[in-house]
Ligand binder design. Sequence first.
Ligand SMILES: *Cc1c(COP(=O)(O)O)cnc(C)c1O
Length: 387
Amino acid sequence: MRPETRTVHVPHVPVEGSRPIAVPIYQTSGFVFDDPALMAESMGRPDKSFFYGRYSNPTVRSLEEAVSGLEGGAGAIATGSGMGAINTVLLGLLKPGDHMVAQNSLYGGTAAMLNELVARFGMEVSYVPENDPAALRAAVRPQTKLLYMETISNPMTLVADLPAMCATARELGILSVVDNTFASPLLCRPIEHGADIVVHSSTKYLSGHTDVVGGIAVFADEELYQRVWRFNIELGASPDPFAAWLTLRGMQTLALRMERHCANARILATRLEEHPAVAAVHWPGLASHPSYELAGKLLSGCGGVFSFDLTGGREAGERFMSSVRLALLAPSLGGVETLVLHPATTSHRSLNAEELRRSGIGEGTVRIAVGIEHPEDLWADLQRALA
Ligand SMILES: *Cc1c(COP(=O)(O)O)cnc(C)c1O
């Protein structure tokens, strides 16, 4: 071979007799076949050989099997973002004329997407409380295909009654889809409570280090997994192998991080509840929270995200944001760093006063995503900002 050809066709070193401890990054867009028949077969089957990066990739598959195993699923589809996972599921399962039921308070991106489905794709959505099987029963129609819930809602941290809601959905013949981002599979595994599909923004707790955007959908049923997989290869929501690798790497410490997130949140929530500048704290681990009892039954920890209302209203909320030093003023959650935001002027700014009131968000509500720092350093920062 001439140098021009040699530079192109680099040798692959076979790994024999030993293997890498860490999952390798298969940074390739496609796969070479020796057998043309296998190549043809691999195009339509997630359980055959790897074919093309948009279909699957060994690094991505490691992530899919890791999360599927944690959630108790039959298969998973990793995606380039949490919204990618949610849309893969919704667009893969719904068609014009279909109806779905969703819980009242939803992640902002999901809420906006449901409005799009209604406005431009001819679908219909009804909203019910996250803990009201009778309301679900009343909302269901012959065209209803699925129920959509979030284990823990943002930012008021309402816990969905998954056992009751999923059982009712099953009885009515509709699928239940649960966004488990805020809980992570360490605190709750919705499939154990009757969910058919679990979605995650792996940008948050799963990856945990604020360095990657990603999502994943886990399916309790193999046939449903294969059906949505076939749709997703054409939707094209697939992740880059390096993003999948970062997520896998972060996930190896998920259990340790969640323990610390939950413990830190408990310390801060308990102390904030006693602070004179704070009117209320919304964390399901506090006896004052409406989901306290359910959280005790459903979750093995109450999570690291919560919100609290400042007595000084909007002005106090804005001043608090500019007074914190250690806690960072930033979107997102689930990373090792503590982040704060003021929903009324950021994540929920498109809601009018009435809509804000309905979702329980006040003008002085602050959301905090508690990190894994030393709790006394965090408390000192919050105390100073409150003062
Ligand atoms: C962040 C988030 C999403 C969207 O995920 P992206 O990775 O940002 O696309 C969906 N649901 C919940 C609960 C989230 O927190």
